[in-house]
Design a binder for this molecule. Structure first.
Ligand code: NAD
Length: 296
């Protein structure tokens, strides 16, 4: 059993902390929001008086926060309170530069660190089926792995500091672009009189197949579990897809990489969010594609 300090008990952090507690770890949690703290207590998490108190006895500290500035601020605040030999793990999705800066903060204090963003959403966090993409030294990875396995199903060591975040934004750039591509194909098929079923039956076993089509189809019918069958309730909200596409765009700019389709996908999701669809599942982007098709 390890003692874990868990900071950020929101939609993702709460069920992740709960799964650690359920597995017998001693979890001291903290969140700025009182209702998040109260809910965590019901899940077996002990609430600390503050972030520093949550890490004071911890062998492992996990953060699950909204963005890079929160992670570097919290790590700066709590690192001096951490035990010698503690391992710091950030599971948030943040920009690569902040992730690497957080590793630097930990290194300055002689503390091992990992960036370990996840995919699988709130459902995966609850069911402990998340995928962890991990950046950091081999030795630190070996220490973190048993905890990742308590919160998830798949764990991939992606290499050095920050590479977990790199893998996450590259993967989600593929996802954002491919969802738009699949949506465009269905809308073009509609215009030409092709049924959704016929296109699905062909593309799902042909070279057009991809996760956006076969697991998360943006039209109702072919994949009964996709959010399209549930009025596009998330799932994975368009706002979160936009966040990840913006992180990819920022990383592309900072490295002088041309990601034409990734950048265009960010613009399309931005327009969609501005039209009031930020809380819809990201596969609802087909509505915007269809609206543009009818305008043309
Ligand atoms: P959330 O907003 O529900 O939770 C974040 C929590 O952090 C909030 O409860 C907030 O009060 C707390 N917080 C912020 N600053 C704090 C501080 N200084 N000290 C203590 N607590 C603080 O967000 P979420 O959906 O849980 O997502 C967390 C991270 O996981 C984000 O980076 C997100 O991009 C990523 N992510 C989310 C999903 C998803 O489906 N929700 C999927 C994959 C990755």
């Amino acid at each position: 059993m390890s003692t874990i300090g868990f900071i950020g008990l929101g939609n993702m952090g709460a069920p992740m902390a709960a799964n650690l507690a359920k597995a017998g770890e001693k979890v001291f949690g903290f969140d700025l929001v009182p209702t998040a703290r109260e809910a965590a207590v019901r899940d077996g998490v002990e609430i600390a008086a503050g972030a520093r108190q949550a890490v004071a006895d911890a062998d492992v500290v996990i953060t699950m926060l909204p963005a890079g500035e929160h992670v570097t601020a919290v790590w700066t605040d709590v690192l001096p309170a951490a035990k010698k030999g503690a391992l710091f793990i950030d599971c948030s999705t943040i920009d690569v530069a902040s992730a690497r800066a957080a590793h630097g903060l930990a290194a300055k204090r002689g503390v091992a660190a990992l960036d370990a963003p996840v995919s699988g959403g709130v459902g995966g966090a609850r069911a402990a089926t998340l995928t962890f993409m991990v950046g950091g030294a081999e030795e630190a990875f070996g220490r973190g792995k048993p905890l990742f396995e308590r919160m998830g199903k798949r764990v991939v060591h992606c290499g050095e500091a920050g590479n977990g975040q790199v893998a996450k934004i590259c993967n989600n750039m593929i996802l954002g672009v491919s969802m738009i591509a699949v949506s465009e194909a269905f809308v073009l098929g509609e215009k030409l009189g092709l049924s959704h079923k016929a296109l699905f039956d062909v593309a799902s076993v042909s070279s057009g197949q991809c996760w956006s089509l076969t697991s998360y189809c943006p039209v109702p019918g072919p994949v009964p579990t996709s959010p399209a069958n549930n009025d596009y309730k998330p799932g994975f909200a368009a706002a979160l897809m936009l966040k990840d596409l913006k992180l990819a765009r920022e990383a592309a700019r900072s490295t002088g990489t041309e990601t034409v389709l990734g950048a265009h996908a960010a613009q399309i999701y931005e327009a969609f969010a501005q039209q009031g669809h930020a809380a819809d599942d990201f596969s609802a982007i087909i509505k915007l594609v269809r609206a543009h098709a009818h305008r043309a």
